[in-house]
Design a protein around this ligand. Structure first.
Ligand code: NAD
Length: 399
């Protein structure tokens, strides 16, 4: 192929991407109402075990949920439903990131608790397949990835609002080799996509009495897309005059998160997809590692809750899967309960997790056989949930 033909082929590819993205903009413009869980019975919670350590840690989170929601489940208010078909073997067998039957089943649920899913990467034993996570976020329009990180003794109480359906990832598998020498990827930011994530962050701040929202971009270099994200954030900020708004470049923000004097000032942080992915893993490390952090993927109609880490295949290969920390999936379950309006149950579970994982730590996980198993940790959490003085016990660690 000569250069002119190569450019023409790339332009055709680019035109298709633009048409798809403009259709997405139209869908966002059409809008949709938020789900009202108080009117839904039963609330169907789809459970996806996932790959690697996923089924191990998901099982333990489900055990705790079943214990906590025994009345709601027996009374028909909540239904926990297994959703099969999403393991890497199943996805590869039909070469679909998100098999259609499974997507249909997921769409029959109201919320989803999902274990990590393996994404093939160049050089490993799986053929190249799009990330099922990215695909699910896009298909269910889960535009906000919300990740709280708390380390009370260090004054850290952050909540990240990472944009989930745009940025560098939405076309991550659609980059183009124009010639053997030239590869191009795409980054997408829309007014509608940026506005809805920034607004969610500000609404969260307003509803929780938080007085600061910080946006993170690299708008000095990535001028068009990050520039649009930042400009949209500035416009939305004007509607929330009681909240201080500031913006940071992602490189200096990565540095500030390790600056003990400054980092405690950050509260709500809103950012495009890639920067959000990186900074939230960094942030989770202060809390005790990625095994301790859950995240929510929120859309107006559906919501999905998961650990922030992946399927940890090395732990499985080394026979250590049963020692994986299920706190991440349990923290995800806390967010799920809060999202469906069960705030009291969510708080109880959160207090039990703080006591077991951060304060008392009578059952310690190390990820290896010298520590406890995930099942032993789940038993400890359920034992703690039984304590009628749970709140007093939790408060005693706050002073
Ligand atoms: P990873 O997050 O799976 O694991 C990195 C290391 O972190 C592990 O080797 C382990 O030492 C530790 N770790 C992670 N979770 C732990 C837990 N619960 N308890 C104890 N230790 C834990 O990162 P990776 O190896 O880069 O990714 C593996 C696979 O997971 C890849 O295919 C990746 O694409 C996928 N992934 C999926 C998701 C998701 O489903 N949302 C997120 C990230 C990565």
């Amino acid at each position: 192929m000569n250069q002119t033909e190569a450019i023409e082929k790339a332009l055709e590819h680019f035109a298709r991407l633009l048409e798809e993205q403009l259709r997405r903009v139209d869908q966002m413009k059409a809008g949709e109402d938020w789900a009202d869980y108080s009117r839904i019975k039963p609330i169907v919670v789809g459970v996806v075990g996932g790959d690697g350590i996923g089924p191990y840690i998901t099982k333990e989170a489900v055990r705790v949920l079943e214990y906590l929601l025994v009345e709601e489940i027996s009374g028909g208010k909540v239904l926990l439903k297994d959703i099969p078909g999403l393991t890497i073997e199943e996805r590869v067998s039909i070469m679909k990131a998100l098999p259609e039957d499974t997507l249909t089943e997921l769409k029959k649920c109201h919320v989803i608790l999902k274990g990590p899913l393996t994404t093939p990467k160049k050089g490993d034993r799986w053929p190249n397949l799009e990330s099922a996570n990215v695909s699910m976020r896009r298909e269910l329009d889960l535009f906000a990835n919300v990740r709280p990180v708390k380390v009370p003794e260090k004054g850290i109480d952050w909540i990240f609002f990472r944009e989930n359906t745009e940025g560098e990832y939405v076309l991550g598998s659609r980059g183009f080799n124009v010639t053997d020498d030239l590869a191009v990827d795409f980054k997408v930011i829309t007014n509608q996509g940026a506005e809805r994530i920034v607004r969610l962050a500000f609404e969260y701040a307003r509803n929780n009495g938080i007085k600061r929202v910080s946006a993170v971009t690299k708008a000095n270099v990535i001028k068009t897309t990050d520039g649009k994200f930042l400009e949209t954030a500035r416009q939305v900020a004007r509607e929330y005059p009681e909240i201080q708004f500031d913006d940071w470049f992602v490189d200096i923000m990565a540095a500030k998160l390790v600056d003990e004097k400054r980092r405690r000032d950050f509260k709500v942080i809103v950012l495009p997809n890639l920067y959000g992915d990186i900074l939230t893993d960094e942030a989770a490390e202060f809390q005790g590692g990625v095994g301790t952090a859950g995240s929510a993927n929120i859309g107006k109609r559906y919501a999905m809750f998961e650990a922030i880490h992946g399927s940890a295949p090395r732990m499985v290969d080394e026979g250590r899967a049963q020692f994986a920390d299920p706190s991440s999936m349990m923290r995800a379950a806390v967010m799920l309960l809060r999202h469906i309006g069960m705030a009291e149950k969510a708080s109880r579970m959160e207090m039990a997790l703080d006591i077991c994982g951060q304060f008392e730590r009578k059952v310690c996980l190390t990820g290896r056989s010298d520590g406890a198993t995930g099942a032993q940790f789940a038993d400890y959490v359920m034992q703690t949930l039984k304590d009628p003085n749970l709140k007093t016990r939790w408060r005693s660690y706050q002073s």
